[in-house]
Write a protein that binds this ligand. Structure first.
Ligand code: NAP
Length: 462
């Protein structure tokens, strides 16, 4: 967004609570953190990188890439680091937004764009007795690097995308590792190969080769099916089942690790280390629920006490609570928190009726089908098209028509029927109301086509 605004010559400020660029790739520094979308696709189309070290780059390399792109495009001078935004309020009278930071400073803007994502607020489980626990506790996205886990008795709660990366990464160092699993997940092997110097030279000298690789990966994502009844879903589930059978021979452990839902209902995971780690002698998978903390560790519902020095929450994020860290007030005093109490919705994930000149990158129903950076770039083009329309028309504000938004969401929720996301599992894609608020039921290419430019007929211009 910053690059596009800079190119178009806008005045803008980027607020970030952290001390630099990178967002999730700045916060998630847990051991083993990496992206499981191949890096040649998990990068910006305008900043392809011939020097990705391997198929799936690790967090330090991705953070350095993001900081490098920001620096190259002169975004540092626009960054207000260490500055959390608390609220934003629209003034009907002035036709502008007032932004108040957490420290109380107030500024006015014509347009605001949120880019806080949906994986920003850690989901912290409420386990009674935490005050009496003598060990330490932290969330995977706020890793405590002040003390190593080497030689410790570690407990880890959760078995999602984060845990399956850090659990194997710390296993070799710890004295013992207890993995508390509530629901098993499907895991397929991840083929992660380093790029040779020769390949990097080819990508540098012949960028069309790098583009071809990117296009090939993109197409694989486009061809993926999210239909629960599809042959592709059945095959993917059977492949994951046979991988589990090959890697885990103990029938009890295998049964505990076997999900009862199709691949895709929860985010599909890739790892060649997860199953071998769980079969190591000092690693134990516990499937009985955690009931409370004791002074020495965690008590499970069967009355067993697990003595631990460190407890790590791999418990994910409050993903379905869009923009919950911001208080946003639109026209006539309406608030997003109230309006989204039954689950967030927007038009094309990007604009919300009653909130003129507000754009939501990684907004409702934009997740899950292709590299998220591809989706973000499509959204950015759409925002720039809205700004062009404002400039051309001489209007001060642009607000999506309520009926346009309602029709879009009706069709979108209709398209959810029969998808894997509504199959028999619990996942973070759904709001407690049952509505799928995070996932996009169309392909990335379809989303990019729909967001190519703003249709003035969809909007009220004032
Ligand atoms: P997650 O996928 O939401 O997994 C959270 C885990 O914690 C689940 O196993 C969940 O169990 C468990 N859990 C939650 N609350 C619990 C409680 N109160 N008691 C016991 N268990 C509890 O979170 P995540 O692993 O942090 O991943 C979140 C998302 O971040 C991913 O889906 C992905 O989009 C992104 N991510 C991406 C990468 C990457 O490689 N690109 C890596 C890491 C994360 P249930 O299944 O029973 O709810």
């Amino acid at each position: 967004m910053g690059v596009a605004l800079k190119r178009a010559g806008y005045e803008f400020t980027i607020f970030d609570g952290a001390d630099g660029f990178g967002g999730t790739w700045r916060h998630n520094t847990y051991p083993g953190a990496a992206c499981d979308v191949p890096s040649h696709l998990y990068s910006f189309s305008f900043a392809l990188n011939p020097r990705w070290s391997k198929t799936y780059a690790t967090q330090p390399e991705i953070l350095a890439y993001l900081e490098g792109v920001a620096r190259h495009h002169g975004l540092d001078e626009h960054l207000r680091a260490g500055t959390r935004v608390g609220s934003a309020a629209w003034s009907d009278e002035r036709q502008s937004w007032t932004v108040t930071t957490a420290s109380g400073s107030v500024e006015t803007f014509d347009v605001i764009v949120t880019a806080v994502g949906m994986l920003d607020i850690p989901n912290i489980p409420h386990i009674p007795g935490i005050e009496r626990f003598r060990g330490r506790v932290f969330h995977s996205s706020r890793w405590d690097h002040s003390r190593s886990v080497t030689g410790e008795r570690v407990g880890s709660i959760g078995t999602g995308a984060s845990a399956i990366q850090y659990v194997p990464a710390i296993a070799r160092d710890v004295l013992s590792l207890t993995v508390f699993q509530r629901t098993p997940i499907w895991v397929s092997p991840r083929f992660d190969e380093p790029f040779t110097d020769e390949q990097m030279r080819t990508f540098t000298d012949q960028p069309e080769q790098m583009q071809a690789l990117r296009d090939y990966i993109w197409q694989q994502y486009e061809d993926a099916s999210f239909d629960a009844g599809d042959e592709q879903t059945r095959k993917a589930t059977e492949l994951a089942r046979s991988y589990l059978h090959r890697k885990v021979h103990d029938p009890d452990l295998r049964a505990k690790l076997t999900p009862a839902y199709p691949v895709g209902c929860k985010r599909p995971l890739l790892s060649r280390d997860w199953f071998p780690t769980l079969t190591a002698p000092h690693v134990r998978l516990v499937t009985v629920g955690v009931s409370e903390y004791t002074e020495a560790g965690l008590l499970t519902a069967d009355g067993e006490e697990h003595e631990l020095d460190t407890v790590i929450y791999g418990t994910g994020f409050t993903a379905a609570d869009y923009l919950s860290s911001l208080s946003i007030t639109g026209t006539a005093g309406r608030t997003l928190h109230d309006e989204w109490s039954d689950g967030a919705e927007a038009y094309l994930g990007t604009t919300v009726s009653g909130y003129p000149n507000l754009f939501t990158l990684y907004g409702p129903n934009t997740n899950g089908v292709n590299s998220i950076l591809y989706i973000h770039e499509a959204q950015v083009r759409y925002v720039m098209s809205a700004l062009d329309l404002l400039a051309e028309s001489g209007a001060r504000s642009i607000d999506v028509k309520a009926q346009v938004q309602a029709d879009y969401n009706q069709r979108l929720q209709d398209a959810m029927h029969g998808t894997v996301w509504l199959a028999n599992c619990n996942n973070y894609y759904r709001h407690p109301s049952g509505k799928v608020v995070t996932q996009l039921p169309y392909s990335g290419g379809e989303f990019a086509r729909r967001t190519q430019r703003v249709d003035p007929a969809d909007y009220d211009l004032t």
